[in-house]
Design a protein around this ligand. Structure first.
Ligand code: NAD
Ligand code: UD2
Length: 307
């Protein structure tokens, strides 16, 4: 069994990946600065887990964390798009310099495989209303999206120049246990389920007929594991979505069924710049990865609600 580094491993997606790697018998190092992640997301008493509290913007810390690993899942980032708009300079340290530090540390230490968390945000508003494929023109509209796209380009440079093996995934809307609901810009499912459980009013921006392609974190982890462990990986970036459109109104109906009713709904104006319909074309992903059996929305919500 090998040892893997998960940057951002104390966060939502990272900690779910850590659980899967440990369950498969591997050893895991986590590098996280706990800006969003929590110690309580990690099984710290597991002797196969080594937690390093540190910053991916610190090249020396990253080099130490990378040395001797079989591969890296690079998930550390300030995941809030709004935070990148409010503070582009500081988020760039985490979201871009952190990625460059990971590339450089891997080159130094001869580690090849890296799984990279890119985002549908790199497409901006392009492809709205159709299934978005990877050839869709890129339109990074925010510092967050620009850093993610730049990270993709740097990983490709290190692949060509230094033999890195990047597996690049462009996540659409991921949901599931441990997603933090505390900001207004948190994932809509984390906000709606928390408020439904607490009986607090729910704000719907617009008419609720906007659609998203929701992907359960456990299904994502199955793909990330393949990205880390497969003999070979395709270097082209791959969209991660089910190519299924679910409206917020459908989502609310599902949550209502599971919670035995919904709190009052308040309709507010649509968010400025909100994308009306976002759906992945996942043909390329299907061609290169063993797709997990889809966790249906209702089952994912059940897990999230602890039912
Ligand atoms: P998250 O905030 O729960 O996880 C990110 C983790 O990175 C946190 O634990 C945080 O403490 C850590 N971190 C942030 N800056 C750091 C730094 N400078 N040094 C070390 N650790 C740092 O968010 P998440 O949803 O689990 O996101 C994981 C990755 O997936 C991120 O790269 C994010 O941009 C990407 N992503 C997520 C989604 C989604 O739908 N959740 C969509 C697209 C892309
Ligand atoms: C997602 C990503 C974002 C970026 C973007 C790129 C998350 C959390 N956000 O934004 O980082 O990658 O995709 O396209 O993954 N809404 C409400 N009420 C609420 C909260 C949200 O109605 O309390 C609406 C919101 O206006 C939007 C939909 O729900 O229409 C989904 O919102 P979101 O923030 O979960 O995700 P999204 O797709 O806007």
């Amino acid at each position: 069994m090998a040892e893997f580094l998960v940057t951002g491993g104390a966060g939502f997606i990272g900690s779910n990946l850590v659980d899967a790697l440990l369950a498969a018998g591997h050893r895991v190092r986590v590098l996280d600065n706990l800006s969003m992640g929590k110690r309580s997301n990690l099984p710290l008493d597991n002797p196969r887990l080594h937690f390093i509290e540190g910053d991916v913007a610190d090249a020396e810390v990253v080099a130490q964390a990378v040395a001797g690993c079989a591969g890296v899942a690079h998930l550390a980032a300030v995941a809030s798009v709004q935070a990148s708009v409010d503070d582009p300079v500081s988020t760039h340290q985490s979201n871009f310099i952190g990625t460059l530090n990971v590339c450089e540390a891997m080159r130094q230490h001869g580690v090849r495989r890296v799984v990279y968390a890119s985002s549908a945000a790199i497409y901006g508003n392009n492809g709205e209303g159709v299934a978005i494929d990877e050839a869709t023109a890129k339109a990074p509209l925010t510092p967050y999206a620009s850093d993610k796209l730049a990270g993709e380009h740097y990983l490709d440079f290190y692949r060509r120049q230094h033999g890195l093996e990047p597996a690049v995934f462009r996540f659409f809307n991921i949901f599931g246990p441990r997603q933090d609901p505390s900001s207004p810009y948190s994932g809509v499912i984390s906000i709606f389920t928390q408020r439904a459980q607490q009986g607090l009013p729910i704000s719907v921006f617009g008419d609720g007929e906007q659609t998203r392609d929701f992907f359960y974190v456990g299904d994502l982890v199955a793909l990330l594991m393949q990205g880390l462990l497969s003999e070979q990986v395709v270097s082209d970036p791959l969209n991660v979505g089910w190519s299924q459109a679910v409206s917020l109104n459908q989502l609310l109906a599902e949550i209502g069924v599971l919670c035995g009713g919904l709190p009052p709904l308040t309709h507010l104006p649509a968010r400025a710049g909100d994308i009306r319909h976002s759906r992945a074309d996942n043909t390329r992903l299907q061609a290169h990865y063993r797709m997990p059996q889809q966790t249906p929305l209702r089952e994912g919500l059940r897990q999230l609600l602890g039912l």
